[in-house]
Design a protein around this ligand. Structure first.
Ligand code: CA
Length: 243
């Protein structure tokens, strides 16, 4: 019964959402396209980085799945180029590599999530579904969308952090983690709770993923990221937001 509800939910959730796949391996691209279309998404595929950048301008997809190793440009470069004109579209990077350094570089180039090949299609679908659930929830949220952290004002709707005249763009997961911490302001939130809430229980990113995003958030929002005043580590428990 649970399976039925999950299936029905995905169909509703996927309605009218479009996804751009930038992937040069034909079998992988076709397999993903079939699976995503089966879930009800509209899908566009490109096999080259440059073509992917053009398609992301033309089609304005709701989510982009981006392979790291492409024939013409690498995925980091493609990600940066897309970010230059579309700071908010969720980008999930695919790669055969699993080294932590590559993941960090992916996040630095503007990727929101990272899936290491080989991965199950079910896992990728779960992550995409989680992304869209959060996007939809954020769009319909009527609560306060601005947080004040010292001199920094964070607008959760426009995904920007403003400090004096300096405006920084925040990534999708950065905003969602911050939103969750803000809901529980002053109380510690465990990494597992953050993973469940932001990524969805079906996805399987590691606790380390949460830590990476906390590092990024502190770099953007804290005066001294090594001595944070707002995004605090609570030893043995998780993280806590103090405004
Ligand atoms: Ca490839």
């Amino acid at each position: 019964m649970a399976g039925f509800f999950r299936y029905a939910f995905l169909i509703v959730d996927a309605e009218a959402k479009s996804i751009l796949i930038i992937e040069d391996e034909p079998d992988m691209a076709m397999g993903l396209k079939d699976a995503l279309q089966f879930e009800g998404y509209r899908v566009v595929t490109e096999s080259q980085g440059e073509d992917g950048i053009i398609a992301s301008r033309r089609h304005r997809p709701h989510c982009i799945i981006l392979d790291l190793m492409l024939p013409d440009l690498n995925g980091y470069k493609v990600c940066e180029e897309i970010r230059a004109f579309n700071p908010t579209v969720p980008i999930i990077m695919l790669t055969a590599r699993s080294q932590e350094a590559d993941k960090l570089r992916g996040f630095d180039s503007g990727a929101d999530d990272y899936v290491t090949k080989p991965f199950s299609v079910a896992e990728l679908l779960a992550r995409i579904s989680a992304v869209f659930r959060r996007v939809d929830a954020a769009a319909s949220a009527s609560d306060a969308q601005v947080l004040t952290l010292g001199d920094v004002k964070v607008d959760l709707r426009s995904q920007t952090a403003t400090d004096g005249g300096r405006v920084q763009q925040l990534g999708f997961y950065e905003v969602e983690i911050l939103r969750y911490l803000a809901e529980r302001e002053g109380s510690p939130v465990s990494r597992d709770d953050i993973l469940d809430r932001v990524w969805g229980i079906e996805a399987s990113p590691t606790n380390r993923t949460v830590d990476n995003f906390i590092v990024k958030l502190r770099r953007k929002l804290e005066k001294n990221p090594n001595d944070p005043r707002h995004i605090l580590t609570v030893y043995g428990q998780g993280y806590k937001l103090v405004t």
